[in-house]
Design a protein around this ligand. Sequence first.
Ligand code: FAD
Length: 809
Amino acid sequence: MKTTARVVIIGGGVVGCSVLYHLTKKGWSDVMLLERDQLTSGSTWHAAGGFHTLNGDPNVAMLQSYTVSLYEELERISGQSCGMHKSPGIMLADTPERMEFLKMTVARGRYLGMETEIISIKEALNYFPFIEEKYFLGALLDPNEGHLDPSGTTYAYAKAARLGGATIEVQTKVESLEQKPDGTWRVVTNKGVVECEHVVNAGGLWAREVGRMVGIELPVLAMEHMYLVTDDIPEVEAFNKSAGKEIGHVIDFGAESYLRQEGKGMVLGVYEQAGKPWSTKTTPWSFGQELLQPDLDRIAPSLEIAFKHFPTLEHAGIKRVINGPFTFAPDGNPLVGPVQGRTNFWSACGVMAGFSQGGGVGLALSNWMVDGDPGFDIWGMDVARYGDWATRTYTNAKVRENYSRRFRIRFPNEELPAGRPLQTTPLYDKFIEQGAVMGDSWGMETPLWFAPKGAEAKDIVSFHRSNDFEPIKAECKAVREAVGVTEVANFAKYEITGPGAEAWLQGLMTNTLPKKGRLQLCPMLNHQGKIIGDFTIAKADEGRFMMWGSSQAQVYHMRWFEQTLPKDGSVYITPYGMKLIGLSIAGPKSRDLLQRLTDEDVSNDAFKFMDYREMEIATVQAKINRVTYTGDLGYEIWVAPEYQRRLYESIMAAGAELGIKNFGMRALLCLRLEKNFGTWFREFRPIYGPFEAGLDRFVKLDKHEYIGKAAAIQEKQNGPKKTRIFMVVDALDCDVMGDEPIWVDGKVVGWVTSGGFGHYVNQSLAQGYIPTECFKPDMTLQIEILGERRSARLQMDPPFDPEAKRMRM
Ligand SMILES: Cc1cc2nc3c(=O)[nH]c(=O)nc-3n(C[C@H](O)[C@H](O)[C@H](O)COP(=O)(O)OP(=O)(O)OC[C@H]3O[C@@H](n4cnc5c(N)ncnc54)[C@H](O)[C@@H]3O)c2cc1C
């Protein structure tokens, strides 16, 4: 066995082999895969082999589409058959809501060039003849689906990788991992030690154990999964003969099942409600190419519905039942990328659909390792999207929930209950008492809206405007006309100190840093000049800065900061997490309110827009930013958690005669929309340049050096390819939710990033991107909402306070 390699990949399932192949394709041939048993020995060998391109996250869907398109190339290079059966897939809707979901899915796929379409049940019979028509309303047809041979495909990746110079060692178990002071690794196996620069965890069913070798607990859990293979069914053969093709794939939401042809019979797999986790604490190393005991009782409720929906199957004999484990992350998407806090340790695990996603995971990870960037927007599968709060038992609750909802639709206003409440602030019960409907924001409970007295504090889930509409309108009105208070604890907050702090921060940010006592909005770019962050920075003192960013991106940003921090120890960065939490007061009477809580002068002259102060308020030491996301006069007040309750009570008492009202996250997002403020992960993502995103004011090209500047200059010189636009939509009772296609002159040219109803300006609003060449100020557009194209027009200025006087009043 070789004793050195540039990269060691742990795990010879479909994912590890794909990463190996893609690294060789990128030109890294000194790469080695270690497999404790034989290739495919984890979950790969017993997979049903189905593949499809649809995914709730359009960026993940693109990588699935890549995976599906890769198999022909693999067969050609390796000479190994993947056993491909390409046959169209249909998703069947048995309720009006599921039909709306299918229409939305087709619309969202349009911009990605997906060829999906809505068809009638009569048409669906041409692909799947066993449907009992009376149960269904319609279907989605996806021509790019099929199934393959899981082992053949894994060996095809492996062979292609070997041809590219890679080495594979089977019967080689990695027993421990040791990092050397220079950041390289010693990989200790049962056959000796391999020294390498990078380690990739593609351990599949054992990904947690491999993670534990470097002291991390990855949020992954395996679930048992069952599918049946029927005896031959005469109707299958009859269909093949008469139609001249195989029976297509089916997903039946109602029966939580998927079906496809296998030989002259059928495969029927189930994602049942009472799903069962497997090996909840540790995966036994002794587990080999084994199956688990089937438990037909557990899937009986789903089978009953499936047999009603497809009566032909009820009489078919069962040839075999497969029950095998495979892994999931809490949201069902993979965990890919460099692991924060561990140099050169990469994750390629939690891949629940290896034959739809394995290629995309291999491509993104190899780009990342070789070029320093995944080359795509892979936030939906980035391992950095979870923090320490995603513990083993939290993951257990979420994975079970996700499994049971695999074929359920999620409404845009639907909050999922498992594992909650997890993190709460000291105001949690106070908000609940006052009718708060809570949402989950990166593991933390956040008030979304407040139900009025007498109304039930619960969302009625829907694609349409719902029971939160009027309460949110009232919250927005209170902010715009008097004063509102909202919790803003769910931000990431960092303190940066040290003699090198200013120079380091300035080298990351496109905007010049603020002077002492001032705030500045600062986008951050990667080397390719794309937006990877958007921060509010305060200069608290010489050599001391406070910085606020997206809470969801805290691990993502810490990973970047760790990579860029000077090695001489001249800069310290402290993420505050929940040690600093906040309340924001906003609205024309917010200054009056603040003044009632302090003997300091907070007049407009003394405490200006974009000022930062550290001062006492309501007897509590606070850090105060004179800025809010509402676009109104307002303040963010940050305190240690033990003081938050006192601060809130003081604000409510002093604000009573000013008409103060609680407002939640949904009102806040609506108020920011009326100002056309963008938001991280929607308008600002690593696929957009700063000029495309309209951040020109915050990007200095002639003042200082920073990462991504050369690319930003290039973007400015060449002109941005895309343009962020703001639209007023002729919506009916349903506003945009995000990812809807934008049509111009009968063609899909762009997509919506976010939107909703602007309650104070009484308009349905949307933000999105279109190619710059399409942009004309007087253009007419259409946005496809739930399958219906609604007219929209460009809105050049924010409909609320276009001259931005309110923030400065
Ligand atoms: C019943 C069933 C049906 C399925 N149907 C489908 C389907 O239709 N379509 C689809 O896309 N997916 C399906 N899947 C899921 C699919 O099997 C997985 O997505 C895929 O196998 C994940 O591959 P992997 O490489 O990540 O993990 P694994 O296949 O688990 O591979 C991990 C490998 O790492 C090795 N390993 C772990 N630790 C070490 C160590 N310390 N040293 C050396 N080697 C180590 C293991 O031996 C193993 O071979 C199904 C799964 C099951 C169980």
